[in-house]
Design a protein around this ligand. Structure first.
Ligand code: 8DG
Length: 130
C-alpha cells in the first residue's frame, strides 16, 4: 500500500486547542483534524508543519515536543501521522482551506467526528492536557 507521512500540530493557547474541519472539497470532508499536511521528500516533519500552517492558516508556529506517531491504514493509503505540540508565534489563524477552525478545551475533543487516524492522538492529548 502507498504510504504517506503527514505532520500535524496540536497548538495550545490559554488551555484551548486549535482544531480544523475538513472542507467539502477535501478527502475526509466533514471530519475534524489537527492542522498540518503531507511531508515532502527530503523535508523534515517539523519543516513540513511550519510550511503547511503558513499555507493553510496563515500562521507561524514554533514546533515543540513530538507526540506519539500513529500509523493508520485507510482503504487507499497508509498514513504515518506525525504530531507535535506547537505554539503560535505570529498571525491569527484563518481557514484558507478548511471549512472552519475552532479552539476547544481538550475535554471537549473526544465527542467530535475525527478522521480515523486521529483517535489515538486525541486520547493522548486529553491525557496530557485535559
Ligand atoms: N493534516 C492532517 N491530515 C490528516 C490528519 N489525520 C488524517 O488522517 N489526515 C490525512 C488526511 C489526508 O489524507 C492526509 C493529509 O493530506 P492533506 O491533503 O491535508 O495534505 P496536503 O495539504 O499536503 O495535501 P495536498 O496539498 O497534496 O492536497 O492525511 C490530521 O490530523 N491532520
Amino acid at each position: 500500500m502507498n504510504e504517506i507521512e503527514v505532520a500535524c500540530a496540536v497548538i495550545v493557547r490559554q488551555g484551548r486547542i486549535l482544531v480544523a474541519l475538513r472542507g467539502s472539497q477535501m478527502e475526509h470532508a466533514g471530519l475534524w483534524e489537527f492542522p498540518g499536511g503531507k511531508v515532502d521528500a527530503n523535508e523534515a516533519p517539523e519543516q513540513a508543519l511550519i510550511r503547511e500552517l503558513k499555507e493553510e492558516l496563515l500562521i507561524t508556529v514554533k514546533v515543540d515536543q513530538p507526540l506519539t506517531v500513529v500509523t493508520h491504514d485507510y482503504s487507499n493509503v497508509r498514513i504515518r501521522l506525525i504530531p507535535f505540540l506547537a505554539t503560535l508565534v505570529d498571525g491569527e489563524p484563518k481557514p484558507i482551506e478548511h471549512e472552519k477552525i475552532e479552539w476547544y478545551h481538550p475535554d471537549d475533543l473526544p465527542v467530535l467526528p475525527w478522521t480515523d487516524a486521529d483517535i489515538p492522538l486525541v486520547m493522548e492529548v486529553v491525557d496530557l492536557l485535559g
